[in-house]
Write a protein that binds this ligand. Structure first.
Ligand code: ADP
Ligand code: MG
Length: 635
């Protein structure tokens, strides 16, 4: 070894990763070439970027390109680029450690789950190591674009350590020689095979790629081509190249805009949400190009977070090439592009909803959760409102989806508001006491299952002049005046004056039994099947929003509510009679507490069920005794 040479241990996480790689099964080893080519392309993009902004670059006269060569005898494959290269420190930084912490762990999990690592590896910032799927050892020489840096060599068999050495000067860039494993050598020194792999995975690399001297890729920047020249397969191929997705996109949007700013955009909505794959949820957005020069990958300045499922490319002539990435956020032109882009995306989603409803449904199921964050986009409030979907009482099951447009379209004239209710599940919705009157009157209710829905409804406020109203805040008198849609269940005789007075006394006693737990006890007109329910005092936020706020402020207390009683329910009628006979009867207290806690349970506030369960057991015991007594009396 030359004197300047040194041996370094890989970081533990890299050793873990290499161990995973050695012990995995592969169906698609060829992707190592895609990864090495993509690194070369990235390195070349950086040179183009630096040159564009006027940085002085070493060897500024050599062409930007990738050259791949095979050597059957030596059993090697070499990938050389004229990109930015690496300094000694950068080598140790970039290929001696893993950028995203947790990548190795995630891959190990994927391996245990029997997933094909070949398709995942490039997404985790560990693509370089995929070379060890086919290599016994790797020799890399590189020289940085920064003037005055020495050329370096890096060598490793991918086990525990690597050697670093200063070497004889070479031009700017990186050259990676792959010493192929015995059983891989024939395949990956076959230049026809290599060309086919490059065509399949790296066709859209925007620098010339040569294989054994022959230019392989020919495709220009697809987004700059006129739409009518592009075949659907090309879009799909480009999408796969860009995202490493194995499946085609659900939707493709290709626009060329001239005013108020000039740009071209090629955007894709994936068929599946990649939530799980994103190590960092904070990274999204299309890649930003200025006149074909890559300025920033995943420029989140280009799209709001609620459209973060979209990937693609945006290319503009209007920004200067020497724009710094740090100031992108404050750039007025860029903000104009972003505003225009969001409008185009929303318009296209509307088009999809109208022209391809099945696709839209797929879109909603995969990305709806993210899209709902659009409640914060006031400028596009109307478009967001048109695009959101909900499950509703009118649907056959929990999978059904309804738009606000559809809801409003079938509202009877006598109905003024759009009603929604936050529920745990569809089954819970169908038993929810607050919705009994809605069921009776056949009034459609939107079911909200996720906390974000609550914010969404709050932010939207109304749709086409119809107020969005929580079912628990509905004007019950207005609902009562609507025609019944179900056959009226035979109602008990109305209360006589005397009974009415007794009922009022009971209500007063309920308040004294429950004390501070409730604000008041009153009669209900919203209940049909249930004896009682808890409602919010007038003008307060909905219970679901209240719950969210309590979670945020870590408030575990139970809110004070109003208890409503259904005067037509047999349980309540009996209770009135028992109370009238003897207000001190212990049964009254037991029944009142039971009604209160049952309602609390339904509202999702009951944290300790012990008292409730104990009381039920006690009441059942008594009920059994009463029943036996009654039967004995009959004889
Ligand atoms: P990623 O490309 O996602 O960052 P990789 O494991 O593929 O992860 O590469 C790790 C890093 O090594 C790159 O980010 C880059 O800094 C450096 N690198 C790899 N190949 C080259 C190359 N040909 N030229 C310059 N730098 C490179
Ligand atoms: Mg890479």
């Amino acid at each position: 070894m030359p004197e300047s040479s040194s041996t370094h241990e890989f970081k533990a996480e890299i050793r873990q990763l290499l161990d995973i790689l050695v012990h995995s099964l592969y169906t698609n080893r060829e992707i190592f070439l895609r990864e090495l080519t993509s690194n070369a392309s990235d390195a070349l993009e950086k040179v183009r970027f630096e040159t564009g902004r006027g940085t002085e670059v070493a060897d500024s006269d050599i062409p930007l390109e990738i050259r791949i060569s095979t050597d059957k005898e030596a059993k090697t494959l070499t990938i050389a680029d004229t990109g930015v290269g690496m300094t000694k420190d950068e080598i140790m930084q970039n290929i001696g450690s893993i950028a995203h912490s947790g990548s190795a762990e995630f891959l190990r999990q994927a391996q245990q789950d029997g997933k094909a690592l070949d398709n995942l590896i490039g997404r985790f910032g560990v693509g370089f190591y995929s070379v060890y799927m086919v290599a016994d050892k790797v020799h890399l020489t590189t020289k940085s674009y920064l003037p005055g840096q020495p050329a370096m060599a890096w060598d490793s068999d991918g086990r525990g350590s690597y050697d670093l050495a200063e070497v004889e000067d070479r031009p700017r860039g990186a050259t990676i020689t792959v010493y192929l494993k015995e059983d891989m050598a024939a395949e990956f020194t076959d230049s026809e095979r290599i060309k086919a792999i490059i065509k399949r995975h790296s066709n859209f690399v925007s620098f010339p790629i040569f294989v054994d001297g022959e230019r392989v890729n020919t495709v220009p920047a697809l987004w700059r081509e006129p739409k009518f020249n592009i075949k659907p397969e090309q879009y799909e191929e480009f999408y796969k190249f860009l995202t490493l997705d194995t499946e085609g996109p659900l939707r493709t949007l290709h626009v060329s805009v001239d005013a108020p700013v000039q740009f071209q955009a090629l955007l894709f909505t994936p068929a599946h949400s990649h939530d799980l794959l994103f190590m960092n949820k904070d990274e999204w957005g299309p890649d930003l190009y200025v006149r074909r020069v890559l300025i920033e990958r995943q420029a989140k300045e280009l799209l709001p977070q609620y459209l973060s499922f979209i990937s693609g490319v945006v290319d503009t002539e209007d920004l200067p090439l020497n724009i710094s990435r740090e100031t992108l956020q404050d750039n007025i032109l860029l903000r104009k592009i972003a505003t225009t882009l969001a409008k185009h995306v929303l318009t296209d989603l509307k088009k999809m909803a109208a022209d391809a409803p099945e696709d839209y449904e797929k879109f909603w199921r995969e990305h709806g959760k993210t899209f709902k964050l659009g409640y914060g986009d006031y400028a596009n409030r109307d478009a967001v409102a048109e695009l959101v979907r909900f499950n509703a009482s009118s649907c056959d099951d929990a999978n059904g989806l309804v738009s606000l447009e559809e809801y409003v379209g079938r509202m009877p004239v006598s109905q003024k508001d759009v009603y929604y209710c936050f529920v745990q599940s569809r089954a819970a919705a169908e038993l929810n006491p607050h919705l009994e009157i809605f069921r009776e009157k056949g009034v459609e209710v939107l079911y909200l299952y996720e906390p974000v829905d609550e914010f969404l409804m709050d932010a939207l406020g109304s749709f086409k002049d119809k107020k969005l109203t929580a079912a628990e805040h509905a004007d019950i008198e207005a609902l009562k005046s609507l025609e019944s849609k179900v056959e009226e269940t035979k109602k008990p005789e109305p209360l006589e004056d005397g009974e009415r007075q007794e009922l009022d006394k009971l209500l007063a006693d309920i308040k004294s039994i429950l004390g501070d737990k409730i604000q008041e006890a009153r009669l209900s007109s919203r209940l049909r099947q249930s004896p009682a329910c808890l409602v919010n005092p007038d003008g307060q936020m909905t219970s679901s929003m209240d719950k969210i706020m309590r979670v945020i402020s870590k408030d575990a207390s139970v809110p004070t509510k109003v208890m409503e009683l259904n005067p037509d329910h047999p349980l309540v009628r009996n209770l009135v009679k028992i109370h009238a006979q003897n207000p001190e009867d212990p049964f009254v207290r037991q029944a009142v507490e039971q009604l209160y806690e049952s309602s609390l349970l339904l509202e999702g506030y009951l944290t300790d069920p012990h008292a409730l369960v104990g009381r039920i057991q006690d009441l059942l015991t008594k009920a059994g005794e009463w029943r036996l007594q009654a039967e004995a009396a009959k004889k």
